[in-house]
Design a protein around this ligand. Structure first.
Ligand SMILES: NC(=O)c1ccc[n+]([C@@H]2O[C@H](COP(=O)([O-])OP(=O)(O)OC[C@H]3O[C@@H](n4cnc5c(N)ncnc54)[C@H](O)[C@@H]3O)[C@@H](O)[C@H]2O)c1
Ligand SMILES: O=P(O)(O)OC[C@@H](O)[C@@H](O)[C@H](O)[C@H](O)CO
Length: 507
């Protein structure tokens, strides 16, 4: 089979009916620089710019920078930046599949081997927007990072070097400032990125004129993204390629639903007219309610249910939703514990919760529980713990199932062995991998190594786990009753197994 490429698109190859092909020139100028070549950005931001270009409303393409040494830009360049995106779900009860070849990426740059090429982009006046999604681990201050590194290690380090080069190249021209729109799922991502860039500028002793230029003439917008992106469809790739009739190493999949909330001025919204092509992009001056709603309900429901469902023996979110016990467990968590813990309009929350349940049931996408399990401890802190604390503050009681979800998470590390940067754990006879920060994995490995298999041992394990303020942001033993209840559930999981424990809890 021929590989997807610009040449193939321009040939008389017979593409399948129903596949939408790009209708704009492959030569549009580069106007966006994007840090991250992962599944999410390619199924979301790059798809949105593609939609704008299809209507002639942006007329620009995206240079993709690989933020870490290993990645996909080689594969992207092999396919001239092209890839196939399949968006699938139910619309008014009907199965819908949108198949598109996306052309918005001009090329990929690996700054580890193409540093000068990377810096040349900073001197290109057409490139005015910076997009990023480097996972929650990406926007951090690394005191050991250096401007002299080619490239600096961290994403903010690379961005600071880029902005400094641009500042020098255009001699501080105020009109050459950039608009940064990070997509990382961290609170106020734009503000955080700006702080880290300014901290690096100070640490690197860059001139105050540069700092002033960054502050006055560059915008760092906060944004919130929402779409379930399931990535490369490994379980069905042969079937998909047979239907497409060509090779594509970068096939990407996701749901139809999408929402991008951007806290920024209308003037920028006019330069990025996503709403004119029917995209669900909201420009607002306060994204807080959108974020609380999404992180606590959608991500919270995932994080609070996935360890239990995975240890129960299930593989995907769809299976979990269809399961007699786990399906009820997730719905009860959302309706009875998460929604009541959020201090926002209840009708709006209930409607959003219903749409989330519907999205989780999407029969056309395979969202693997193991992929959601990644970095669960920091996700629990940001996405579930606030609901536990707020529920208790509002009702004086601990939410039963969310408390249980903490025990289920602790159980997921049981008897784990750290190998390299990952942890190997057994689920029955099968081995699986827990991926998290190494220090978190090492903590849990040591904790479970000292476990005494009794009810008292489970309580002690829970207490020690909850005492780790580096993980949870506070000593959770201070929450009355939480350690005792978590220890109790943990013992039930260890002694009776996950299946019997969840069955009992839900019934
Ligand atoms: N997949 C989804 O449904 C979805 C939806 C909304 C938000 N997100 C967020 O997007 C992030 C990426 O998801 P994805 O599905 O694209 O994953 P992915 O594995 O396909 O891509 C990860 C990207 O992050 C970069 N990266 C990883 N570690 C990094 C580090 N330490 N520093 C800098 N860059 C780093 C990689 O180079 C890659 O570009 C997730 O962390 C998630 O929070 C995902
Ligand atoms: O992507 P993660 O790993 O941060 O979290 C897993 C899911 O909760 C997440 O991907 C959601 O599906 C997504 O945030 C929906 O917009």
């Amino acid at each position: 089979m021929a590989k997807l490429s610009q040449k193939l698109l321009q040939s008389d190859f017979s593409f399948p009916a129903g596949l939408s092909l790009p209708a704009y020139s492959p030569e549009l100028p580069e106007k966006v620089i994007q840090f991250g070549e992962g599944n999410f950005l390619r199924a979301f931001v790059d798809w949105m710019f593609h939609r704008l270009n299809q209507q002639g409303l942006f007329n620009g393409r995206i240079v993709v920078v690989q933020p870490i040494a290993e990645g996909l830009v080689g594969k992207l360049n092999d396919q001239d930046g092209l890839y196939t995106l399949l968006l699938r779900g139910l619309q008014d009860g009907r199965a819908v599949e949108q198949k598109e070849v996306i052309r918005s990426i001009s090329r990929g740059i690996n700054p580890y081997t193409q540093w000068q090429e990377y810096l040349r982009c900073a001197g290109n006046p057409d490139i005015e927007f910076v997009i990023s999604n480097t996972t929650e681990a990406g926007i951090t201050f690394d005191a050991s990072d250096r401007l002299e590194n080619t490239p600096p290690v961290s994403f903010p380090g690379k961005l600071t070097a880029y902005l400094y080069h641009r500042f020098q190249h255009f001699q501080g021209d105020p009109s050459k400032g950039m608009v940064m729109i990070p997509c990382e799922l961290i609170d106020r991502n734009g503000d955080t990125l700006k702080k880290v860039v300014l901290k690096l500028a100070a640490a690197w002793r860059l001139p105050s004129a540069f700092t002033e230029w960054v502050e006055k003439h560059n915008l760092f917008l906060n944004s919130l993204v929402d779409r379930v992106v399931t990535g490369y469809p490994r379980g069905e790739i042969q079937d998909i390629l047979a239907r497409l009739g060509y090779e594509d190493d970068l096939v990407n999949t996701g749901e139809l639903f999408h929402l991008w909330v951007i806290e920024g001025p209308q003037s920028v919204g006019e330069r990025l007219p996503f709403t004119k092509v029917g995209l669900n992009v909201v420009w607002t001056d306060d994204m807080t309610p959108y974020r609380t709603r999404k992180v606590r309900i959608l991500n919270g429901a995932h994080t609070a249910s996935v360890p239990a469902a995975f240890l129960y023996g299930l593989e995907t979110v769809g299976e979990m939703m269809d399961h007699a016990v786990l399906g009820r467990y997730v719905r009860q968590i959302v309706a009875d514990e998460i929604v009541p813990s959020i201090d926002l309009d209840k009708t709006m929350l209930t409607e959003f919760a219903a749409s989330v349940i519907e999205r989780f049931q999407n029969p056309y996408i395979q969202h693997y529980l193991i992929s959601i399990l990644l970095n669960s401890s920091s996700k629990f802190k940001a996405r579930v713990l606030p609901s536990i604390l707020e529920y208790r503050r509002l009702t004086g009681k601990l939410p039963v199932k969310l408390t249980f979800s903490l025990a289920a998470l602790l159980a997921a590390y049981k008897n784990g062995v750290v190998e390299g940067t990952q942890m190997k754990v057994m689920r029955g006879k099968d081995e699986f991998t827990m991926k998290d920060d190494l220090w978190v994995l090492e903590f849990f490995a040591a904790l479970w190594a000292g476990f005494e298999s009794t009810a008292a041992g489970a309580l002690e394990t829970a207490q020690k786990a909850l005492a780790n303020a580096d993980i949870w942001g506070q000593d959770l033993n201070e929450i009355p009753g939480l350690a005792a209840k978590t220890g109790d559930y943990l013992w039930q999981i260890v002694n009776d197994g996950m299946q019997a424990t969840v069955d009992r809890l839900v019934k």
